[in-house]
Design a protein around this ligand. Structure first.
Ligand code: R5P
Length: 323
């Protein structure tokens, strides 16, 4: 006698508590519901998660964004993955639209950690089989996880918006530091082979979020500058870059970033720095309240397409071929 099953795969979507609106938007795009769960904290801060339905044999996708308090949400993601592993999910994909600790991807000095690698190790130990993230701080973070990493790009979402709103014939694309010039090259190509410039930035080795924007390399005089970055945290880097661009004769500065971390005093700095518009995505929860030049674009369709391609064994690469 043989035992047969219909072998049907079962896609299940789970949301951490950090950014439920994004997870709901992804579920809506896919036309599915989020799996109900109980999640709560003990008095001492310990996190408890239990799924309300069987997850056995599922192709499980856990969406967790990591705004502040970031460590709390990283821990919750690990606990959610552990619960799935112990509940016999068949495959677990951790979707971290904003990869936590991405800036700590190498040692600058002796006796420093490589925390981005540690996060990958923790995800692996918890039971994640695959990671999906958007605009990692550096590409090599993909290699920190010993399994598939789908590194998605928000570039088409951001550049399509810019093309719909600004004339591309006077645009210059500007990287806020030398490290992002390669990404800026792709943007420049996407924005009609626009000229490229970068800001020479120096960073403090002793203080977090402390940088100095020195000068612009490239011609930006009279240009509408699209200043891009993967993330804006306190806004120091970007506001400094806007200042040097204006000093160099830029006509307008349009800021575009994937991850709007916006820790204090970013709102103040970015509202007052003289930028025409600040464009970001909702990889992290956002509010435009009281901030007139902020535009938030949704990353949910991209994440939904990515989940669809992974589940159907399709091609994720086709989703970022333009980048
Ligand atoms: C650094 O290399 C990153 O790409 C960002 O430019 C930086 O982390 C932003 O931090 P802040 O907004 O605090 O200057």
């Amino acid at each position: 006698m043989t035992w047969t099953t219909d072998n049907q795969k079962n896609l299940m979507l789970f949301s951490g508590r950090a950014h439920p609106d994004l997870a709901q938007a992804v579920a809506d795009e896919l036309g599915i519901t989020l799996t109900p769960q109980t999640a709560r904290n003990f008095a001492n801060g310990e996190i408890f998660v239990r799924y309300e339905e069987s997850v056995r044999g599922s192709d499980a996708f856990v969406i967790q964004s990591c705004p502040a308090p970031l460590n709390e949400w990283v821990m919750e993601a690990l606990i959610m993955i552990d619960a799935l592993k112990r509940g016999s999910a068949k495959r677990i994909t951790a979707i971290l639209p904003f990869y936590p600790y991405a800036r700590q991807d190498k040692k600058h000095l002796g006796r420093e950690p490589i925390s981005a690698r540690l996060v990958a190790d923790l995800l692996q130990a918890a039971g994640a089989d695959r990671i999906v993230s958007v605009d990692l701080h550096t590409d090599q973070i993909q290699g920190f996880f010993d399994g598939p990493v789908d590194h998605m790009h928000a570039q088409p979402i951001l550049t399509d918006y810019i093309k719909s709103k600004y004339a591309t014939d006077n645009i210059a694309v500007v990287s806020p530091d030398a490290g992002r010039v390669k990404v800026a090259e792709k943007w420049a190509h996407d924005l009609g082979d626009a000229p490229l410039a970068f800001v020479h930035k120096t960073r403090s080795n002793t203080e977090a979020n402390k940088t100095v924007s020195n000068r612009v390399v490239g011609d930006v005089e009279g240009k509408d500058c699209v200043l891009l970055d993967d993330m804006i945290d306190t806004g120091g880097t970007i506001a400094g870059a806007v200042r040097v661009l204006k000093d160099a004769g830029a006509k307008k500065v349009i800021i575009a970033c994937t991850h709007g971390v916006f820790s204090d005093p970013a709102r103040e700095r970015l509202s007052e720095c003289g930028a025409e518009e600040v464009i970001t995505t909702d990889t992290l929860p956002q509010s435009t309240e009281g901030w007139s030049n902020l535009t938030v674009l949704s990353i949910a369709p991209l994440l939904a397409q990515t989940i669809h391609e992974i589940f159907e064994n399709g091609s994720v690469t086709t989703l970022f071929d333009r980048a």
